[in-house]
Ligand binder design. Sequence first.
Ligand SMILES: CC(=O)N[C@@H](CCC[C@H](N)C(=O)O)C(=O)O
Length: 383
Amino acid sequence: MALQQAELIPIYQHLHQIPELGLEEHETQAYLLQLISQMPQDFLTVKKVAAVPTALLVKVSGHKHDYRIGYRTDIDGLPVTEATDLPFASKHPGKMHACGHDIHMTVALGILSYFAENQPETDMIFLFQPAEENASGGKRLYESGALDDWMPDEIFAFHDNPDLPAGAIGCRLGTLFAGTCEIHAHLTGKSGHAAFPHNANDMVVAGSALVQQLQTIVSRNVDPIQSGVVTLGHFTAGTIGNVIAGEAQIDGTIRALTQEMNAHIQRRVRTITEGIALAYDCNIDLTLHQGGYYPVENNDAITADFIDYMQAKDDVNFIETQPAMTGEDFGYLIQQIPGTMFWLGVDSPYSLHSEHMVPDTSAIMAGVNAMTGFLTHRNELQK
Ligand SMILES: CC(=O)N[C@@H](CCC[C@H](N)C(=O)O)C(=O)O
């Protein structure tokens, strides 16, 4: 029997207890391998990837081999200290599945277990991908060449969404998620005694000016009909109140729904940073890192079919959604392989990345059922 609610909930709870950061998902990988080894093996081949050691690829051999349908789940957790009071809360201090990748993995296992028993028409490739949050795991996996002889012709993935009702499927034609780019700025001036500012070069002041100026980009440099985000979530400087700070560190992220706008904002960040370094006579070491976090652009034909399918199903609550400024390294994969990304509602009052986020687990079976049905339909198109 394919994995059902009674098996999937304990699997989810176990995964929730063992979150690991990107590229460190060894315990998670071992647990996934154990579960996959318990499925019927007739059609399954499992591949590890030397260049991305915590990744797993699983092929389900179909009746024929001239087409491959890909399905991707991410497997990493976040450096967040859980504050949910769940009986199955994280056992790894300072780490949590606060972005719901435990839900993603559980749904993927449910779908995989179905096709392990019900041989699909075409080959199917399941990607258990590390490091969605921080290290472009999808890009690494693609560039490792491990997919080359298993390259999907189309690919699907979802992200859970606390703002949608549990089990609802959300999607849209066109861009679903933003492209992102990390900002890291290290400022170096001259520390000194609080009483003699003229002999020092204060990085609290220079850093504050940098924050203020970067925050003008969206209001003054972005076409108001389009959109963009510059968030600076981290700013540290100095040591104590009566010492002028000689160093500061500012980190943040750029978000935009097109690659052109993302690149435009990156250029403005560079120019403004150079100007602040000049104006405050300090050194600013700026790193802008986009990696694989391109906008998630859904393929028109495949996504129209996805939406038609979900809308026609009485047991699917389909909701057309707006683009979101969340990022996803699936943006890289979907640039290489046409496909669809969608949301799965998990109805939580707390947002993704919150230490209080508790997804409604009734979404798991809803996701498995909707996607086994849809992937069977995509298989049948290849008959
Ligand atoms: C779904 C989600 O929350 N994704 C992350 C992706 C992080 C991208 C990158 N590390 C950055 O911070 O720019 C997100 O924060 O949207």
